[in-house]
Every structure is written in structure tokens, then in C-alpha cells.
Design a protein around this ligand. Sequence first.
Ligand SMILES: [Zn+2]
Length: 275
Amino acid sequence: MLINALTVDLEDWYHICGTEDNTIPSKWVEYESRVTRNTDKVLSLLMQHDAKATFFVLGCIAEKEPDLIRTIHRQGHEIAIHGYYHQRLFELSRDDFEEDVKKSIAVVEAITGEKVFGYRAPEWSIRNNTLWALGVLRKLGIKYDSSMVPLTRMGGRGFERHPHKIKTNHGDIWEFPLTTMRCLWENLPFTGGLPLRIAPYWYTVSKLKWMNKMGRPGLVYVHPWEFDDEHPEIELPLSRRFMHYFRVSATRPKLEGLLKHIKFGPMKEVLGGSL
Ligand SMILES: [Zn+2]
């Protein structure tokens, strides 16, 4: 049976891109930290189902909560990185991005004592104008990226929809893009975040099974704050509010169902010996 990638973007409830106020790290001290208790809920669910995942960890969280990272690692999950301060790539210069990734790798490797192989950009922000980031990642020793979205409004409808290798000046890097289904003229996401919360469960599970039958692994992603329907409400533009709060309580039962019906593993296992 084919293994699908199970991934967790390890960030707190206030790490929301595209809202000026909430992207300023100095403001975060005003917010209650709920990441440990929410991640514990994810970990106990994974333990119940004997499932292993990849946790894409924010560097600033690893710095603040090293014990949380140690616990995740001790339980056999893969630790990868999600940037240091959750900044989208098109908001960073190339040098700032390199610094951000370097700092994130250093803090995580110092905690786990293991090499970091994977990266996911905040808000899937490797797009046509930030493709240079792949070379920077490879240069820093990253072997796979999972940040590209084959959707018109994000990466581009022409982006490949399945795991593939991309050439950079520093060697090849694997790309595991967001899982989508072809639907008329667009690709449709259905395996994580708001799309998972909205899509009927039968749709998600049957499409993943169909993909697996075709020999294609899928990628599921969740956030710890999606396991917390009581996280504080902050002022957000309507579209962000919808993305962040709508049907948050649907995540847990959906992931629970998927863990029963679909075979999962961490990214490095899905990409296997090719890393
Ligand atoms: Zn994120």
C-alpha cells in the first residue's frame, strides 16, 4: 500500500500571514501561547493511531519551546522547518531568506542532534517570482521542499501536481507540492487547512485512495491551532478570518478518519531512498 505524507505546520494561533499587525514578532509577546497544549492534542492522536508525521517547525517556536520539539522528535516524528518568523518569501530579500533558513536549521539541529532535510514556506510562498529560493535551500543542505501550489491564485496552474525533482545551481531538490485534484480548468485542494475542513470527508478519502491506486502519494497538512476551537479571536480581514476560524472543529474528526483509512508516514519516508 502506498504511503501518503502526513505533515503538521507547527505554529501558534496568531501566526497569520498577510495581516500587518500580526506579522510583527514583537507583538506576539502580547498573545497567549497555546502551541504546546494544541500540539499535545495532535501528538496523542498520532500516537493512538501509531502514525508518524513530519512537523514543519517555526524557528522562533523551537527557540522558545525546545522541550516541545524534543518531545515530538522523541516520539519518532520527523522535524523539518517552516521558516523562523513565518514570513512569506516574497516579503524577504534573498539574503534575508538565506539568513532565516540558516537560523531555523541551526536552532532545530541543536535540539534534535539530527540533520534537517525538509522545508515548507509560510503560506506555500514559493511562487514564480520566488523560485530562486529553491537554490538557496539546496545550498543550505535542504533536500526536499514542500511549498509549491498548482493553483492560479498562488503558485500557478502550470506547476507540477506530484512530487518531482527540480534542478538548481546547487544540485537537485525534491518538490512535494500541495495535493490537488484536477477540476475543470482549475486544480482543487482538499487535503489540509480550510479545504480539508470544507471538503466532504468521503471526497477527501476517496480521492486520496484513487491517487494511491494511480501510484501517486498525497500530502495531508494540519496546524495545531486547528485542534483548538477556543483560541482567541483577533481582528482580521474577512478572508483571513474565514481561513483561520471557519469550521476549525472539523479538523480533528477528519484527521481521525484519515488515520483509520489511509496509510501515512513522514515526508522523508514517502520520498524514501531518493533523499
Ligand atoms: Zn504556516
